[in-house]
Design a protein around this ligand. Structure first.
Ligand code: SF4
Ligand code: SF4
Length: 639
């Protein structure tokens, strides 16, 4: 009986066991939010590429993933593709399914031209993955990666059809074709093969850096194309490399009995029994052949009896990657717009726990928000810790003023106030660990699920002031409301996705008694007016402009969609403005300004009730949206 490679099995079972544990915990602990990609070297290499070319880090990537990518590179250059052979879950699944294919006697190993042609798609996927990741600073591989799709439960980053096709390719392909995913489709497999020809990769990168340094403006697309295309050509033309890897398998032809067990065992299908040195690019230095060989001192590593080497080296590389990654932190974005003198003398303010800082897009939005303020010279964000670092003029700001700049006050309707309600009761309290708009979203769900609250608003202070409104008579007691706000967990559904969140809020102060206001005062307190002018508004004098007044009614709950309605209305050249206001009873009204020589009320009424909203993006493109608004009653006209 063939001896098993226990070192490799130990790694593979450990990885599968850890992932299975995380998956089961996810099923039973709704607030558990594991990061299945925390140590993924491929994500780390994409993030590093994004950081070097675009000066930004792909979303949720950390220095640990980057250092795991660097460890992968070092491991491949000095040893071999140990990651593929030992710890990649897709490699393990593909290998185990392949063993089933062997037992069923349905597995084949493509050879010659067919094999060469099949190796091309993984290089195309490598190019596409890096191209879109560098372009958008979002990890593109998440869209189709079978591992990420299954581990994340097909989260919103996954393109369902692509991921399903990839999973089918992995499972069905591996049953019939030797390591189908690894050899023919995996972009990390392509990158690992390129790293095996490190002289090629490093030469192209060095040339690119030199050309950039001498002042040429060359897109990253070209070196990416050359590296991927050249990698493919090298893989198929130099499959049996002229020079072996520095660490490689050797066969002692004197003691070999030609039993063929090594060739039979090799998961890559390499004919080890016919080689003195294994120089094949597919060799991952997994060591299966070493363990299968029945003859003492026959199959060796660099002619030495060191079967344990791959497992020990891999362990050392993992420790090195995680250890080095924990020593520093790379920002998701790092933008500075002050002069060198301003930056030199700037103060540095850091704040953690900003849940809204969660990706490249939200980081950029935050930087744009801060850029508008005088005396702010730069912003860096770290999405993994939801942290920001702000460079500021110390003569203009202190910590509290900076927090005030970053704070976005909100007014949120939890539910509409019914007609029979005459007055509203409210509590004012301060809440610790409550700061950004995502906190407001969580509070909105908490209040909706556990109270009869109709709305709340926030105001800057340290800690933040929160005012919560209830239809009079439905307000809970202080203790009950405190318990709601200090809930440890929240589960809610948004866009058909279920979210589980751990909450940290702590009520610090609480008004002794609730206050009461009229329904009209409540409407006024919660009202956020909208005003938009377009189609040459200022070119028209008052005597040609009329106002078409619409009762917003239930449409008032669609405030987030008002921009679509306004954009749609702008298609009529006669409509020149849209704004909202409250009437004397506190009901929200839509006021549409129009030029009465260019359009008529009937056309406006038809436009707001049309089946589809035709809107315009800021870059000039147009889009369509099923109209969520409905106005059963025509508006009234005032001059
Ligand atoms: S040749 Fe040996 S070490 Fe290389 S992949 Fe095959 S079994 Fe593993
Ligand atoms: S190297 Fe070992 S396993 Fe391979 S053919 Fe020779 S004796 Fe058999």
């Amino acid at each position: 009986m063939k001896k098993q490679n226990l070192y490799k099995l130990l790694y593979q079972f450990a990885i599968i066991a850890i992932l299975t544990f995380m998956g089961f915990r996810l099923l039973f602990d709704k607030a558990y939010a594991p990061d299945f990609e925390a140590y993924c070297p491929f994500g780390g290499l994409q993030a590093l590429g994004s950081y070097l070319t675009m000066d930004s880090l792909s979303c949720s990537m950390t220095s640990t993933q980057i250092m795991m990518g660097v460890a992968l590179f070092i491991g491949i250059v000095l040893f071999s593709r140990l990651f593929c052979g030992y710890i990649c879950p897709l490699g393990t699944v593909g290998e185990w399914i392949g063993k089933l294919g062997d037992r069923l006697k349905v597995r084949i190993t493509p050879k010659g031209f067919v094999d060469y042609a099949l190796r091309l798609p993984k290089y195309a996927l490598l190019f596409i993955t890096f191209y879109f990741t560098l372009k958008s600073s979002e990890l593109f591989c998440k869209k189709f990666d079978p591992y990420y799709a299954v581990a994340s439960g097909f989260d919103s980053d996954v393109v369902l059809l692509w991921a399903l096709l990839a999973i089918i390719a992995l499972v069905v392909g591996s049953l019939f074709v030797r390591l189908f995913w690894c050899r023919y489709l995996c972009p990390l497999g392509a990158l690992s093969a390129i790293f095996k020809f490190s002289w090629w990769f490093l030469s192209v990168m060095a040339l690119y850096v030199i050309l950039i340094l001498v002042g040429l403006d060359i897109s990253y697309v070209y070196p990416l194309l050359v590296i991927a295309g050249g990698g493919y050509i090298l893989e198929v033309t130099r499959m049996k490399k002229v020079w072996p890897d520095p660490v490689h398998i050797t066969r002692n032809t004197e003691t070999c009995i030609d039993c063929g067990l090594c060739s039979e065992t090799c998961p890559q299908g390499i004919d080890v029994a016919r080689m003195e040195k294994v120089t094949h690019t597919d060799c991952t230095l997994c060591g299966d052949c070493l363990h299968a060989c029945p003859e003492k001192d026959t199959l060796l590593i660099n002619k030495k009896t060191i079967k344990w080497l791959p497992a020990v080296v891999l362990g050392a590389l993992i420790i090195l990657g995680i250890g080095a990654g924990s020593l520093f932190e790379l920002p998701t974005i790092d933008q500075k717009w002050g002069t060198p003198e301003q930056i030199e003398s700037a103060g540095v303010f850091e704040m953690e726990g900003l849940k809204n800082i969660k990706c490249f897009g939200s980081s950029t939005a935050f930087a744009n928000q801060m850029r508008r303020h005088e005396g702010i010279y730069g912003v860096a964000t770290y999405v993994a810790n939801h942290k920001v670092r702000v460079l500021y003029d110390t003569s203009l700001y202190d910590d509290e003023k900076l927090q005030q700049l970053m704070f976005v006050p909100v007014k949120r309707v939890v539910r509409a106030v019914t007609k029979d309600v005459d007055s509203v009761t409210y509590y004012t309290l301060t809440v610790d660990k409550f700061f950004d708009p995502l906190d407001a979203t969580y509070l909105q769900h908490l209040l909706n699920q556990k109270t009869d609250a109709c709305g709340f608003q926030t105001e800057f202070a340290c800690p933040v002031i929160v005012r919560i409104y209830f239809p009079a008579g439905t307000e809970p007691g202080r203790e009950a409301l405190t318990e709601v706000i200090e809930s440890k967990n929240l589960t809610f559904t948004s866009n058909d996705n279920e979210f589980h969140v751990k909450l940290p809020y702590k009520v610090i102060t609480f008004d002794d008694e609730p206050m009461t206001m009229s329904k009209r005062e409540y409407a006024s307190a919660m009202f956020v007016p909208t005003a938009s002018r377009f189609n040459g508004y200022s070119n028209f004098s008052d005597d040609v402009v009329s106002k078409y007044i619409l009762r917003m009614g239930a449409n008032a709950s669609l405030k987030a969609r008002y921009t679509y309605l306004v954009s749609h209305l702008s298609n009529d050249d006669g409509i020149i403005a849209f704004e909202t206001a409250l009437d004397s009873a506190g009901a929200e009204m839509g006021v549409i300004h129009y030029v009465d020589t260019l359009t008529v009320p009937d056309d406006i009424y038809a436009a707001v009730n049309s089946d589809t909203l035709l809107f315009h993006y800021s870059d000039g493109r147009t889009g369509k949206l099923a109209n969520p608004f409905s106005f059963p009653d025509p508006g009234t006209v005032i001059k």
